[in-house]
Design a protein around this ligand. Structure first.
Ligand SMILES: C[S@@+](CC[C@H](N)C(=O)[O-])C[C@H]1O[C@@H](n2cnc3c(N)ncnc32)[C@H](O)[C@@H]1O
Length: 271
C-alpha cells in the first residue's frame, strides 16, 4: 500500500523551505551513469515523488524535458510556485500509476521517496515506462547525519541524535528501507544491470534555524505534532537553544555544516 504522508499544505510549505537538493557527488554519479549507459539522446526524464522539486530542478539543467510527479497536490503546488525553467513541468499522480506511454522515459529518478511507494506496483510501472536501455536512479539520504561546527561537532551531533531518537518513535514502518540502505528496493528492481552505492557524502552549509527546520520537516516530527502539538513545539525551541548554547552563539542564523550520507540504486533496462 502507498502511504499518505507529506500531503498537507503546512507540511509542504515547511518541506519546501527546509529540504535540500541532492549534492554534487550524487548529481555527478547519476549524470555519469546515464552517460555510460545511454545509446540515444536523453529526451524525457521523470522524477517520481518529487516533492516541491528538490531533485527535479538540477535534472532540468542537464536534460531536454523533465517532469516531476508527486501524489501530493500541496507539494506540486509549492514546486509550481517556485521559479521554474521552461523545460520542467509538474504533475500530480501516484508513483504506482504513471501517466506515461510504455517505453517512453529515458531516465526515471526518485529522491528520498521510493520507500514511501507500494514497491511492487511501482517497479511494474518502472519496467513499463522506461525505454529499452533507459536508466533508473532511486536515492535517499540516510538518517546518520552529523553536525559540524568548530570544536563542538560531537556534542551537536549527540543533541541531534537524541532528538532524532525521540521523534523516531513516531516514524512509519517504511523507514526500515532507509535504515537498510535501500537493500530491499535494490532487490526489487527487476533489471539485471544494476548497482547500489551506499557511501555518497554531502557537506551542506546550513544555519541553526535550517537544522531545526529540517527536523520539523521530517515525517515522524509531523506525526508527533499531530499527537502532541505543544510538546513538539517545545522540543524544537529547546533543541535550538541547546544548539546555540553549545556553540556559544546567540543567532539562529549562525552557519554550520550538515553532513549527510546518501544511498543510490542505479539500474539500466535491457534491450
Ligand atoms: C521525503 S519526500 C521527498 C521529496 C523530494 N523528492 C526530495 O528529494 O526532497 C517524499 C515525497 O514522496 C511523495 N509520495 C509519497 N507517496 C507517494 C506515492 N505513492 N506516489 C507519488 N508520490 C508519493 C510525497 O508526497 C513526498 O512529496
Amino acid at each position: 500500500m502507498a502511504t499518505q504522508l507529506f500531503e498537507g499544505k503546512g507540511h509542504a510549505a515547511v518541506y519546501q523551505k527546509y529540504r535540500f537538493a541532492p549534492g554534487k557527488e550524487l548529481q555527478q554519479l547519476i549524470l555519469s551513469y546515464v552517460e555510460e549507459k545511454r545509446t540515444s539522446p536523453t529526451e524525457l526524464v521523470v522524477d517520481v515523488g518529487c516533492g516541491s522539486g528538490q531533485g527535479t530542478l538540477f535534472l532540468a539543467e542537464h536534460f531536454k524535458k523533465v517532469v516531476g510527479t508527486d501524489i501530493s497536490e500541496a507539494q506540486i503546488q509549492e514546486g509550481r510556485d517556485a521559479p521554474c525553467p521552461p523545460n520542467l513541468s509538474y504533475l500530480v499522480c501516484p508513483a504506482e500509476e504513471l501517466p506515461f506511454e510504455d517505453g517512453s522515459v529515458d531516465l526515471l529518478t526518485s529522491f528520498t521517496a521510493a520507500h514511501w511507494f507500494d514497491i511492487e506496483k511501482f517497479m511494474k510501472e518502472v519496467v513499463r515506462v522506461v525505454k529499452p536501455h533507459g536508466c533508473v536512479a532511486l536515492s535517499t539520504y540516510t538518517v546518520d547525519m552529523r553536525l559540524h561546527y568548530g570544536n563542538c561537532s560531537e556534542k551537536l551531533t549527540q543533541i541531534f541524535e537524541e532528538v532524532k531518537d525521540l521523534i523516531f518513535k513516531y516514524s512509519h514502518g517504511r523507514i526500515k528501507h532507509v535504515l537498510e540502505n535501500y537493500e530491499e528496493i535494490f532487490e526489487a528492481l527487476p533489471f539485471r544491470d544494476k548497482r547500489r552505492i551506499t557511501d555518497i557524502f554531502d557537506k551542506i552549509p546550513m544555519t541553526v534555524a535550517g537544522v531545526v527546520g529540517y527536523l520539523e520537516s521530517v515525517s515522524p516530527f509531523q506525526t508527533y505534532m499531530k499527537h502532541d502539538p505543544q510538546a513538539a513545539k517545545t522540543l524544537l525551541q529547546e533543541t535550538e537553544k541547546r544548539f546555540l548554547d553549545t556553540m556559544g552563539v546567540s543567532s539562529r542564523e549562525t552557519q554550520l555544516e550538515f553532513w549527510v550520507r546518501h544511498v543510490c540504486v542505479l539500474g539500466c533496462k535491457g534491450p
